[in-house]
Design a protein around this ligand. Structure first.
Ligand code: NAD
Ligand code: IPM
Ligand code: MN
Length: 346
């Protein structure tokens, strides 16, 4: 059965890295149909919207979305992101964002002694600080107020923490939950309570509750002490940029926005943004995008193809070519070509 993949290459370096991810997947010879959706900032300038009004229905007719990045200096970021990425995550109820952070052989570490890094972040993906609840009043007056309300629901916290526990069962059997329930006394206190309730149902997995500031420090001080980390939307966002650096840089990190058990179309994308500072120069690191495609294949039930893709990607990271952000001088295309040719010669 042909699987239909929607491709939203997006803005900036997005199309450059997505092209290499597609190339690598194509080398696997699977029965896939790619459907390029020309949504993003150019679409916004043409039509006044980042994507068409029936976008969610269009996406639902696909088995997965492979996305590059969204964001361009010509439009305010809150307009572009609330016009495309966040409505996809929220509208499809993709409540978990999985972000593996593993330092691959051959990739420089920013930490002395090159400690092992192998974490899996499970980021809440639809509510929290990203709920979109708030407003502005008395604009341009000195009394102007901007309110951004965080929304935590029992059901929303429970499903993402429970998923982290399930994932921890096949890893090191510990879930680290990041909150800030000392200063924030409502939402994160609820989060902590729900986490304890979930933990009580999983005696085989240990819950460790950590305040997010201390966790950020610990990621640098002792990354090996962390395995599965579950965090709110905003904390997960910030922590995974740190995690990306621990695995070599923003260009290395991959993500999957999923709703396990729902049959909803998931979205796979690198963690990085549109990188306007390097876009168009052919130097963006495609590894995060290619890795995201491997997550996509795994999700589609193509475990063997996914493993082959990861093996090729790891071989190329170890032997080169590598892009300059991770100490090489290869181009985006050379890295993609190398991954594809490794796959073909397997
Ligand atoms: P960014 O991730 O685009 O860039 C941060 C730094 O990382 C830059 O120095 C950039 O050159 C570098 N970098 C990013 N991707 C790289 C890659 N593949 N290879 C090598 N280096 C890479 O973050 P930013 O500058 O804060 O945001 C730029 C734009 O992207 C903004 O409009 C922002 O809103 C948007 N954004 C979109 C997404 C998304 O669509 N998923 C994610 C993050 C940021
Ligand atoms: C990410 C990005 C997005 C987020 C932005 C662009 C809205 O930073 O996917 O990490 O904060 O989720
Ligand atoms: Mn981010």
């Amino acid at each position: 059965m042909t699987r239909r993949i929607a491709v939203i290459s997006g803005d900036g370096a997005g199309p450059e890295v997505v092209a290499e991810a597609r190339k690598a997947v194509d080398a696997l010879g699977l029965d896939l149909e790619w459907n390029e959706l020309p949504w993003g900032t150019a679409h916004y300038h043409e039509t006044g919207a980042m994507m068409p009004p029936d976008a969610l229905d269009v996406v639902r007719r696909h088995d997965a979305v492979l996305l590059g990045a969204v964001g361009d200096p010509s439009v305010p970021d809150h307009v572009t992101l609330w016009g495309l990425l966040l409505p996809l995550r929220q509208g499809l109820d993709l409540w978990a964002n999985l972000r593996p952070a593993r330092l691959l052989d051959g990739v420089p570490s920013p930490l002395a002694g090159r400690p092992k890094v192998d974490m899996l972040f499970v980021r809440e993906n639809t509510e929290g600080e990203y709920a979109g609840v708030g407003g502005r009043a008395h604009q341009r007056l000195d009394l102007e107020v901007g309110i951004e309300t965080s929304v935590f629901t029992r059901a929303g916290v429970r499903r993402v923490v429970a998923y982290a526990f399930e994932l921890a069962e096949s890893r090191r059997g510990v879930v680290t939950s990041a909150t800030k329930s000392n200063a924030s006394r409502y939402g994160y206190v609820l989060w902590d309570e729900v986490a304890e309730e979930v933990a009580a149902k999983h005696p085989d997995v240990r819950l460790e509750r950590v305040l997010v500031d201390a966790l950020a420090a610990r990621m640098l001080r002792n990354p090996m002490s962390l395995d599965v980390v579950v965090a709110s939307n905003l904390f997960g966002d910030v922590l995974t940029d740190i995690a990306a650096e621990l695995q070599g840089g923003m260009g290395m990190a991959a993500s999957a926005s999923v709703a396990p058990g729902s049959g909803t179309t998931p979205v796979f994308e690198p963690v990085h943004g549109s990188a306007p500072d390097i876009a168009g120069r052919g130097i963006a690191n495609p590894v995060g995008a290619i890795w995201s495609a491997a997550l996509m294949l795994e999700h589609l039930g193509e475990a063997d193809a996914s493993a082959r893709l990861m093996r090729a990607l790891e071989d190329v990271c170890r032997d080169g070519p590598r892009t300059r952000d991770i100490g090489g001088n290869g181009s985006t295309r050379e890295v993609g070509d190398a991954v594809a040719s490794r796959i073909r010669s397997m």
